[in-house]
Each structure stands twice: as structure tokens, then as C-alpha cells.
Design a protein around this ligand. Structure first.
Ligand code: GYE
Length: 326
């Protein structure tokens, strides 16, 4: 279904790119004349359970708040996102929102949006642009803090021993804010004690398949892995398959920490295969639509809106699972 929607949207984008005036609102920050709002949303892709839940949240919230959504899936490619944003500018949408796949390289296209007087909202991931007038606000998690939470659990769990702790790390998409920041926050906390050693760290692109593949390689070259830190549940779940395939017991022989807390991750946590999950909420849709309405009206909004999040142990996962929404 998602694939079909993406194909339709891509076809729509191509058609729009061929005409000089699209069907969007009146253009500019004032919104369409009839007061309706059209949002162009460029999503990262469909790489993980988190992403699927995020897409659903954005689509449902748009519907509920009466905002017309033009949605496109960039398949984890920056060039696709830039094309989508340019197409939204051409269509004169009232507001553009996007989750930048990587942090760098957005200034040119964001200037084009600013010149066209179309407000931009960053959602989920940040850009590293120095010029903060290129976007109105950034709604999403504090990824450095998530990395710190993962590190703190590790430090506490191993505080009775002085033996070295060999850690392997599965990083998210190279150059993405969550990969950069989750790595940094974790390194900051475990760096205080030299017994913690990250013996291998590589990207698994936030996908299950790549998580499995990279973990298989880690297991082959490192016989003595104590801990896996995966930047999301999906890579952790792929790695669990690799660990089991190598005849080891995930959660026991190798302790596993992940980030997100999507249902499949929480199930593995409740089953004892993951040891700790740092939550990252994908349910950004309602807040995004509120912010969009405000920026289209020209109201000032906070420059940063941080999502509220928690952490889960195995026991807490068992309690939370029945009511988990994603
Ligand atoms: O953790 C991961 C997804 O940007 C917070 O992207 C998001 C991350 C999320 O693919 O599962």
C-alpha cells in the first residue's frame, strides 16, 4: 500500500514539475485565500518501524486537522528530498515540512523556499545550517540525550565489575542527525570509564537487513562481544537473528541496547532478547499540524520543540506492551 502511495506521489511530483503552476494554495506565508492549508511533506523513507509509525501519524493528523497533505517518500536519498522540496515550491504549497535524511547540504534549497516565502518546518531530524532563518522551527527528539540514556544504563549495569566491556555499535544512516547524536551522547557517558571499549562501529542504515549483515561481520571478526548498542530497534532485531545464527543467546551472551521502542522492539525486550530500550516517539503528526497552522498564520513559534520520551527495562516493556500504539 505504502509503495503504491509513493508511486502515485512520485508520478504527481513529475507531473507538477512539468507545469509552471501547481494546484497548491495561494503561495507564501499567508495561506490560501479560502483559509485552507496545503502542506508538502518530504519523508526520509520507509526504512524502519519507527518511520512507518511516523508516516501514519503525519497522514492521520493532517486529515484530522483539515490540512491537505502532499506526501513523498525519498527512499533515504537526499537528492529525492531536494527534488520533492523544489516541486512543493513550484506548486506554491503553504508550508513545507521535512525530515532531512542527512544533516548537511540543505542551504541552497532552503533559500529557494525562503525566497518563495514558503515557511519550512523541520520534523524529526535537524539540519546543520548556520542560518537558522532558513526554517521556522525544529520539532523532534533530543538524540544526544537518547545516546546518553543508553550509556547510563550500560554504566549502571556493569558497575560491579572492573573487567573490560567490549561493545559493538550499529550506527544509523551515515550523516543523519540521529546517528551522529546517538553516537556522541553514548560516547560521552561511557568515555568516563576506560573499561568500556567500542571495538567496532559501523552503519546498518537503520534497517533490519543491514543490521543483520553488519552484526554477522562483527561476530566473525570479534569472538568476544559483550554488548551491542544499536541506534534503532530494527537494526537490533536484525542483529538478534545474526547472534542466534552464530549460536549465541541475545540478551544473555551479548547484552543489547536499542533506541525507538516500536512494538517489535518492545516484544523482544519483554522476551529477554533485548536488555534496554531508549524511547524515541514517532507520533509527531499532531504537533506538526499545530505548528504548521501557526506558521502559516504568521504567528511566532518556539525555535525548538522537543518530544517527551522515556526508557524501558524488560519488566517495564511487559507492562507497556498491551497499550503500545506503534
Ligand atoms: O530512530 C529510526 C529511523 O530519525 C528518529 O529514523 C528517526 C530515526 C529512528 O529510521 O528508526
Amino acid at each position: 500500500m505504502l509503495k503504491r502511495i509513493s508511486a502515485l506521489v512520485l508520478a504527481g511530483l513529475t507531473a507538477a514539475a512539468l507545469t509552471s503552476c501547481g494546484s497548491g494554495g495561494s503561495g507564501g506565508a499567508s495561506g490560501a485565500d479560502d483559509g485552507s492549508i496545503t502542506m508538502g511533506f518530504s519523508q526520509v523513507g520507509a526504512e524502519s518501524g519507527w518511520r512507518t509509525a511516523n508516516t501514519k501519524s503525519v497522514q492521520e493528523a493532517a486529515k484530522e486537522s483539515g490540512i491537505t497533505l502532499k506526501f513523498s517518500d525519498a527512499q533515504q536519498k537526499q537528492e529525492n528530498q531536494i527534488k520533492a522540496i523544489r516541486s512543493y515550491i513550484q506548486q506554491k504549497v503553504d508550508v513545507i515540512a521535512f525530515s532531512p535524511v542527512v544533516e548537511s547540504g540543505w542551504d541552497t534549497v532552503l533559500k529557494e523556499a525562503r525566497d518563495a516565502k514558503i515557511p519550512v518546518i523541520l520534523t524529526d531530524r535537524a539540519v546543520d545550517s548556520k542560518d537558522t532563518t532558513l526554517y521556522k522551527t525544529f520539532l523532534g527528539s533530543d538524540f544526544v540525550e537518547e545516546g546518553r540514556k543508553a550509556g547510563k544504563w550500560l554504566v549502571e549495569s556493569f558497575n560491579n565489575s572492573t573487567d573490560p566491556v567490549n561493545i559493538v555499535e550499529l550506527q544509523g544512516t551515515t550523516g543523519s542527525a540521529p546517528a551522529n547524536d546517538r553516537k556522541a551522547g553514548f560516547a560521552e557517558v561511557i568515555g568516563a570509564d576506560p573499561k568500556f571499549k567500542v571495538i567496532a562501529s559501523q552503519t546498518g542504515d537503520f534497517t533490519r537487513a543491514k543490521g543483520k549483515e553488519v552484526m554477522e561481520a562483527f561476530l566473525k571478526s570479534n569472538p568476544d562481544i559483550d554488548v551491542l548498542y544499536a541506534h534503532n530497534d530494527d537494526m537490533g532485531l536484525g542483529a538478534i537473528e545474526a547472534i542466534e545464527g552464530a549460536g549465541k543467546v541475545p540478551g544473555k551472551d551479548i547484552k543489547i541496547i536499542t533506541v525507538d521502542a516500536v512494538k517489535d522492539g518492545m516484544q523482544a525486550l519483554a522476551d529477554g532478547k533485548i536488555n534496554y530500550i531508549v524511547e524515541c516517539s514517532p507520533l509527531l503528526g499532531p504537533q506538526l499540524m499545530d505548528l504548521a497552522k501557526k506558521v502559516v498564520k504568521g504567528e511566532t513559534v518556539p525555535a525548538r520543540v522537543v518530544t517527551e520520551e522515556t526508557t524501558f527495562t524488560q519488566e517495564q516493556a511487559k507492562t507497556a506492551l498491551p497499550n503500545r500504539k506503534y
